[in-house]
Design a protein around this ligand. Structure first.
Ligand code: COA
Length: 134
């Protein structure tokens, strides 16, 4: 799993307990996962269909640097299934895990459409396909 995105926990992200507000974290995860799905499926019309049990493993505090990791676990006909982990960048301690997030690829009519993808596409290979790099 690659941890591409980092966030700095700021005062506006906290709950009344002084730790990271779950809603802020879920917003970041949903956005990060949607971007991952868009890039993998090559289509901007992708929607969140399903999010499994979310396990808030440990708290994060103001000033912490956290990182979000997403990877694809399954390519369906119109869907893609992802898994996610958030951890503290410095200590590597797990903050949250989401076992399963399903995104659906939509056509212009807003209905599920086959995406034709079967495996994870890496950035270096995408550039190769575009003929932009060697
Ligand atoms: C996404 C949506 C168009 C799918 O419609 P649908 O009638 O469920 O479509 P289908 O039954 O054809 O299923 C589409 C895919 O989702 C998968 N799916 C459907 N329900 C699922 C569920 N509960 N859990 C996991 N996967 C599910 C199906 O297996 C299928 O994948 P596949 O083609 O790879 O096998 C519709 O449910 C919708 O518009 N939901 C709201 C999305 C939204 O607003 N999200 C929040 C904002 S982004």
């Amino acid at each position: 799993m690659n941890f591409h995105t980092r966030k700095w926990v700021k005062p506006e992200d906290l709950n009344p307990n002084g730790t990271l507000f779950g809603g802020s974290l879920l917003r970041w995860i949903d956005e990060e996962a949607a971007i991952y799905a868009i890039v993998q499926l090559g289509n901007q019309r992708v929607v969140t269909k399903y999010i499994s049990e979310i396990n808030f493993v440990s708290a994060s505090r103001q000033g912490d640097i956290i990182e979000l990791g997403i990877t694809a676990t399954e390519f369906g006909r119109t869907s893609i299934t992802l898994t996610c982990e958030v951890r503290n960048k410095i200590t590597r301690k797990s903050i949250l895990t989401v076992e399963k997030m399903v995104f659906v690829n939509l056509g212009e009519d807003g209905l599920p459409a086959p995406h034709g993808r079967t495996e994870i596409k890496y950035v270096k290979d995408q550039f190769k396909d575009d003929g932009l790099s060697e």
